[in-house]
Write a protein that binds this ligand. Sequence first.
Ligand SMILES: [Zn+2]
Length: 305
Amino acid sequence: MKISRKDFIRSSLLFSGALFLPTNKISSFTKFIEEDENLKIIRGNIGIFNGRGGTIGWYSNDDGVVVIDTQFPDYAKQLHQGLLKKNSRNIDILFNTHHHGDHTAGNYYFKDHVKRIVAQENCPKLQKKRNEKPGEEHMQVYANETFKETWSETIGKQKINAYHFGAAHTGGDAVYHFENENVVHMGDIIFNEVYPYVDVDADCTLLGWPKYIDQVINKFDDDTIFIYGHAPTPEKTFGNKEALKKMSDYIIKLHDFASKEYKAGKSKEEFAKSKSVPGVTGRAELWEGALAHNLEASYRFVSEK
Ligand SMILES: [Zn+2]
């Protein structure tokens, strides 16, 4: 059984939400927790944390501790407790890759444990816009340092560079590069082997998204390890450029399909019933109705933009 679209949206908006994993994968997810409190090193001093929501990245060394994205408060706390067992040092910086709730809701937990939250300048703006509903605002914690296109700082011996290559998955996406290990956190620019969340109301652009990926591919070498926002299993939340190329290819094919059918006069409702995107294989639904959501959102993108 997959989570419903309603629950997915809810998990993006609120702190309580559906488990962001297909339930048939929970056994491997649980194994991660048992083995290493869900903290898995991927290279050098850099690791990932797969709880619920977008993959968290972390860096832990004698001269610096950094966290990228926060999922939800309960999982943020679990991650922090795991990090403290490795290293008693305070967290130097928290980064947000973008504003979606399954990447920023845990900021609420970290507000008492880190002074600096860094994000692209549109990230807190979109986060505020999304959480205007009464009763939710008080649990939102926003980035207090922002940048427009690039940001760079050396923490101890680690140089960290941030980049924004225009609107893509949202209007405020950033990627973070750790030079020593040559690891880049991609946030939701990459949904590996699953259909992405296409948030037309948060400035997602199907034309900008592939261009963003192209710039990342050109910027980093073939030794780079990329952390992906979402994947069907924790083991698939990081890897090489192959997932980037496939993501770009998917967005282009989705856009072309919507564009063609819209121009041919097909209605949004009819288009959303399509059983596949022509030429696309190897993507699963992370939540029920993900393909229909992609079709509907892409139709909106070509017809409204
Ligand atoms: Zn997202």
